[in-house]
Design a protein around this ligand. Structure first.
Ligand SMILES: Cc1cc2nc3c(=O)[nH]c(=O)nc-3n(C[C@H](O)[C@H](O)[C@H](O)COP(=O)(O)OP(=O)(O)OC[C@H]3O[C@@H](n4cnc5c(N)ncnc54)[C@H](O)[C@@H]3O)c2cc1C
Ligand code: FES
Length: 285
């Protein structure tokens, strides 16, 4: 006969722990820029996610941080995360090697609403590492190009060596892809022959149907702020999609760490329309 304590322990063990993660092996690492690396992860079990949803990635013994996969949701046996070194967890990740094991849990949140983009021109605006979640979206848009209108990507980085996915940028810019790409850097170097200046400079003359189109933005807060201001000259507030970042803990609406106005970024976002968040004070602080 089991004691009460044994029964309680059995019941507790049978409850699924929402914080438990699955082990994932690092199977590839690409140096994208001086501060950004892309990690290919092979989880013990395939993890399905929708474009724009995020995962919590843990480094054993240190902690965890949220990242949005930069790979295509159509590939489920591996996933890629593109990570900028910013502090403890990301610093440790940047020192890890192929074969090392991390933990992942999720996916969480609401990603990009592909159904809202169907039949419409899509403008994608990225700054720095902000191109990571947008790459996942671009994979989905270009997988079924007939379902969408024109796809324009405007991408800016600090300097030429800070542009990420350089090989893909070459492909997208070659004219042979469905993506109409324009790049800019804040500061060029001796080899750079392209645009110099902030990414908002690329938003003045848009060769697309903005009236019926949608815009999607991801980048540092200051870039998001000024990009959104420019986009409001062309797009409806409800047609501008923003990826919002807040400090996170649980990732599934329990702890309140990620509160943004009346929303929890982890559960109601991280993708919001400008219309949803425009009245939140100090939105970009
Ligand atoms: C939904 C979501 C998706 C995201 N997706 C991505 C993604 O795809 N790629 C990506 O690169 N990032 C992404 N981020 C951001 C990423 O989660 C953070 O960069 C990460 O959590 C930082 O964790 P950390 O432990 O390395 O930094 P922490 O140690 O927590 O540091 C965080 C901040 O504090 C500052 N800091 C750290 N140490 C010090 C110090 N000693 N003194 C002063 N300041 C300090 C750092 O500069 C940094 O700005 C995402 C965030 C969210 C919310
Ligand atoms: S991270 Fe806990 S509520 Fe959002």
């Amino acid at each position: 006969m089991q004691t009460r304590a044994e029964l309680d322990r059995k019941n507790l063990d049978s409850l699924e722990n929402p914080y438990s993660s699955i082990p994932a092996e690092i199977t590839g690492i690409v140096d994208e820029s001086p501060t950004i690396k892309t990690f290919e992860l092979e989880p013990e079990e395939p993890m399905k996610f929708a474009t724009g949803e995020f995962i919590q990635l843990s480094v054993p013994g240190l902690g965890e941080a949220p990242f949005t996969p930069s790979s295509s949701p159509n590939v489920t046996d591996t996933l890629e995360v593109t990570i900028m070194e910013a502090g403890e967890v990301t610093g440790k990740l940047h020192n890890m090697s192929e074969g090392d094991i991390v933990g992942i849990r999720g996916p969480y949140g609401k990603g990009y609403p592909l159904e809202e983009m169907e039949g419409r021109d899509v403008l994608v605006v990225g700054g720095g590492v902000g191109l990571a979640p947008l790459r996942s979206l671009l994979y989905m848009l270009t997988a079924q190009p007939d379902d969408f209108g024109k796809i324009c990507l405007k991408y800016g980085a600090r300097a030429p060596d800070h542009l990420i996915y350089k090989d893909q940028l070459d492909d997208w810019g070659s004219g042979a892809s469905e993506i109409d790409l324009e790049l800019t850097v804040d500061e060029g170097d001796e080899d750079w022959e392209g645009n110099v200046g902030v990414v908002t400079n690329l938003l003045e003359d848009l060769d697309m149907d903005t009236e019926k189109g949608v815009a999607v933005v991801c980048g540092p807060p200051i870039m998001m702020k000024f990009t959104t201001q420019s986009l409001l000259d062309h797009f409806e507030s409800s047609d501008i999609y923003l990826s919002m970042e807040k400090n996170m803990s649980c990732g599934f609406g329990m702890c309140g760490h990620c509160q943004l106005g009346k929303y929890y970024v982890c559960k109601d976002g991280p993708v919001f329309t400008h219309d949803q968040v425009k009245d939140i004070p100090d939105l970009w602080e």
